[in-house]
Design a binder for this molecule. Structure first.
Ligand code: PEP
Length: 257
């Protein structure tokens, strides 16, 4: 059984004052909390790296875990302004988002560099949350599966397992726009990703790997997205910044079968 995962990406938002949101979330989801007969979803919040150490104090005793938003492909060296996977792990992270479309666009990240970062993440005992997704132009030319298939193949290294890797399908045109694919479109991509993982890594790995949907997830659409084929949770941007917005998303995931 795959443990469901509600992940929040704070992006470049939040100073110390934002830790109150994390404290509120931690209080809402204590470590031992389980709905009757159901296992609690894992909660992963990825704040700016500057907040990680303090965030680690805020989430103690809760079901909330922490992640980074990117890491460098090497552990240390002359890379001004970058953060290594070891540094994230040392600051309290257990995972790192890699290949987010904003990094692919703003920093010209390629799937090959994402794969190198995933190996660095694993070497530091971090779970790699690898993001994939098509642009609107690619969706409109019916190239979605071709694009996400190529990104999956090149971004996920051969040593991926269900324990060290999470895949997040995030259509670029749905991020921060309020636009969401139809449930059938989400199911098509998630079924395809599961089949691709099965073909490359075998059924055991494919069945163990969490597939997240990301792009304008909010309380009002979470339940139907979580009921969609092969969706194991969500990667949430805007609606993860406030505990009051994120809590109902986590609750919807806990309530999903
Ligand atoms: C994201 O940035 O990964 C994301 C899904 O953002 P939003 O939920 O705001 O669309």
């Amino acid at each position: 059984m795959r443990q469901k995962l509600a992940a929040g990406n704070w992006k470049m938002n939040g100073t110390g004052a934002a830790l109150a949101e994390l404290t509120a979330l931690a209080e809402a989801f204590p470590a031992q909390a389980t709905a009757a007969g159901k296992s609690c979803a894992q909660i992963l919040i990825c704040p700016p790296a500057t907040l990680l150490s303090r965030a680690a104090d805020s989430i103690k005793g809760s079901a909330v875990t922490l992640g980074g938003q990117d890491c460098h492909a090497v552990p240390s060296g002359a890379h001004t302004g970058d953060t290594s996977a070891e540094m994230l792990q040392d600051s309290g992270a257990s995972a790192v988002i890699l290949g987010h479309s904003e990094r692919r666009a703003d920093h010209s990240e390629t799937s090959e560099s994402v794969a190198a970062k995933a190996k660095a993440a694993w070497a530091a005992d971090l779970v790699a949350v690898i993001c994939l997704g098509e642009t609107l132009a690619e969706r409109e030319t019916d190239d979605t599966l071709k694009v996400v298939g190529a990104q999956l193949a090149a971004s996920v290294p051969a040593a991926a397992t269900g324990a060290n890797t999470v895949i997040a399908y995030e259509p670029v045109w749905a991020i921060g726009t309020g636009k969401v694919p139809t449930l059938a479109q989400i199911a098509d991509v998630h079924d395809f990703l599961r089949a691709e993982l099965t073909a490359r890594f075998g059924a055991e790995m494919a069945q163990a790997t969490r597939l997240l949907y990301g792009g304008s997830v909010k309380a009002s659409n979470a339940a139907e997205i979580f009921a969609t084929s092969n969706v194991d949770g969500a990667l949430v941007g805007g609606a993860s910044l406030k505990a009051a917005d994120f809590e109902p998303i986590v609750a919807a995931l806990n309530a999903s079968t």
